[in-house]
Design a protein around this ligand. Structure first.
Ligand code: ZN
Length: 139
């Protein structure tokens, strides 16, 4: 088994995968749970016996809102105001991400709420120098 120092960086693997539209996680050999974004240990049981895994990118939107303050970093100003939310990945973890396919206004968010659970698919947004995880809701 490789030492922690010999293992590739989970963060580097995450961003290199995301830049190619691949959604990298880890799965636990002890409990089978998925950890996303990937880390060196399992978020469910704490085991260090994790291995790389690729997610489907399929998710269900649980919560959505939009920002009313300026974007948190200049790289996001070109898409502000934007919708973000919490999504449950098909593999289990819940993530917070930008939500695409809906306008950031109360009327459209109300219509989204009335649709109930909405399916979404992960995609990569290239924001200047950083690939960013986003989810596009199903039409
Ligand atoms: Zn585990």
């Amino acid at each position: 088994m490789k030492t922690v120092a010999e293992q590739p960086s989970a963060i580097r693997s995450y961003y290199e995968g995301l830049a190619k539209g691949v959604f990298c996680a880890v799965t636990c050999k002890a409990c089978g749970g998925y950890t996303f974004p990937p880390t060196g240990c399992c978020e469910h049981c704490g085991s260090w016996q994790v291995e790389p895994a690729e997610l489907s990118g399929e998710a269900t939107l649980l919560f959505a809102t939009h920002n009313i303050s300026p974007a948190c970093h200049p790289r996001f100003e070109k898409i502000a105001p934007y919708v973000y939310g919490h999504l449950r990945l098909k593999e289990g973890p819940i993530v917070q991400a930008i939500v695409l396919g809906i306008n950031a206004n109360p009327h459209d968010l109300q219509q989204l709420f009335e649709r109930g659970p909405v399916l979404a698919k992960a995609e990569m947004l290239q924001m200047d120098d950083l690939p960013v995880l986003a989810f596009r809701i199903a039409g």
